[in-house]
Design a protein around this ligand. Structure first.
Ligand code: NDP
Ligand code: GDR
Length: 327
């Protein structure tokens, strides 16, 4: 039986990944932060998952857990995942999303050396490593030139994976563009919009205060991206794979689609306002990925288009709003 160690198991992608791994009969071990977090919900839902308490910021504990589990596969999803937060916490971001990846790679390599069997590693890399790219669409050859503390930490991690690939570890990256689901927290623009749109749709009042409405992003469906990560992990050759839809939409487009779905109609613009507090010191104007390598070499296909991503998120939030109102 394959043993897979997953960090970030309580997050959006971790939640979908655990279900995939358990369905295929994998023994799943997960890193959880001491204290509650999403831990008790996870224990209740999946009692078969073995949880290990530790923090990414504690390198000795992290290395000891990997040595103890001696996994066949490591999937690293944990870290500071908010670009906005990384501007407020640049040093913590470097520790959790950069340095901790060096610790995990070294620990995985040590397991490989001491057990005398291959260990596979998958890093959740990010389109933010490209910063403000000069060309579109971005692919695996786009220069890595981050402009945010988050992107910089992810770029270090991305390069470190390449270093360990050179040392013989089966280490791959999925260069993930934005991917969304009802599990997204409202600190990200999509869920912030869908939660607010649902409330506006129900009550007919309220506003959504947003930053840069012209920012364009390539938004996909989270379970599709988890599928891509698994394919990259299990692929014969360890490599880097852009995971994206190849289509880009503005924050304004997202807000329009969500408000229309919530039943607001042509009047949607009246509910959107710009608040300078949500602008960032640096932000790419347009991100759009070219997933053709993942499609060609991994056989990956997205299954959910933009309109449906928005629709599923709004419908979920409308349901939550109904339930909240009925309680
Ligand atoms: P989430 O923010 O939903 O999940 C982050 C996970 O990291 C949570 O399980 C969280 O645990 C854990 N974590 C945070 N800090 C620590 C710590 N100090 N020690 C241990 N665990 C910690 O992220 P997503 O699921 O959306 O993303 C998964 C990965 O993919 C991330 O690395 C992200 O940077 C990357 N990525 C995501 C994209 C997206 O669009 N979603 C796009 C590109 C890359 P807790 O529950 O305790 O907070
Ligand atoms: P991002 O996602 O920074 O791309 O990181 P986010 O949803 O936070 O921002 C997307 C774009 O929307 C603009 N924006 C706003 N963003 C937020 N959060 N709140 C607002 O009010 C708002 N108004 C406009 C942002 O400026 C930005 O241009 C996500 C995360 O999942 C990362 O972990 C991942 O690596 C990248 O996607 C690819």
């Amino acid at each position: 039986m394959t043993t897979t160690f997953v960090t970030g198991i309580t997050g959006q992608d971790g939640t979908y990944l655990v279900e995939r791994l358990l369905d295929e009969g994998t023994e799943v071990h997960g890193l959880v932060r001491p204290g509650d977090g999403g831990q008790s919900a996870l224990r209740a839902r999946h009692p078969g998952v073995v949880l290990h308490e530790g923090d990414l910021g504690d390198p000795d504990r992290l290395a000891a857990i990997v040595a103890d589990v001696a996994p066949d596969e490591v999937v690293n999803l944990a870290g500071i995942s908010s670009v906005a937060l990384s501007w407020q916490e640049p040093v913590l971001t470097a520790r959790l999303s950069g340095l901790a990846v060096a610790v995990l790679l070294e620990a995985a390599h040590e397991v490989q050396e001491s057990a005398g069997r291959p260990v596979r590693f998958l890093q959740a890399s990010s389109s933010e490593i490209f910063g403000q790219p000069e060309s579109e669409p971005q692919d695996e050859r786009t220069p890595v030139r981050p402009v945010s503390p988050y992107g910089s930490a992810k770029a270090f991690a991305h390069h470190q994976v390449g270093v360990y690939r050179g040392r013989g570890l089966h280490a791959a990256t999925a260069i993930l563009f934005n991917h969304e689901s009802p599990l997204r927290p409202t600190t990200f623009v999509t869920r912030k919009i869908t939660a607010a749109a649902a409330a506006i749709g129900r009550t007919g009042t309220g506003t959504i205060a947003l930053g840069n409405l012209d920012a364009r992003r390539d938004w996909g469906w989270a379970p599709d991206y988890v599928d891509a990560m698994l394919r990259a992990l299990r692929h014969g050759v360890p490599d880097d794979f852009v995971v994206a839809t190849g289509r880009t939409r503005s924050v304004r487009d997202f807000a329009e689609a969500a408000l229309r779905r919530a039943g607001v109609g042509d009047d949607w613009e009246r509910f959107v306002e710009v608040d300078p507090r949500f602008f960032r010191p640096a932000d790419a104007a347009v991100m759009v990925g070219d997933p053709s390598k993942a499609e060609r070499e991994l056989g990956w296909r997205r299954t959910v288009e933009f309109e449906e991503v928005v629709g599923r998120m709004v419908d979920h939030d409308l349901e939550l709003a109904e339930r909240g109102a009925g309680a």
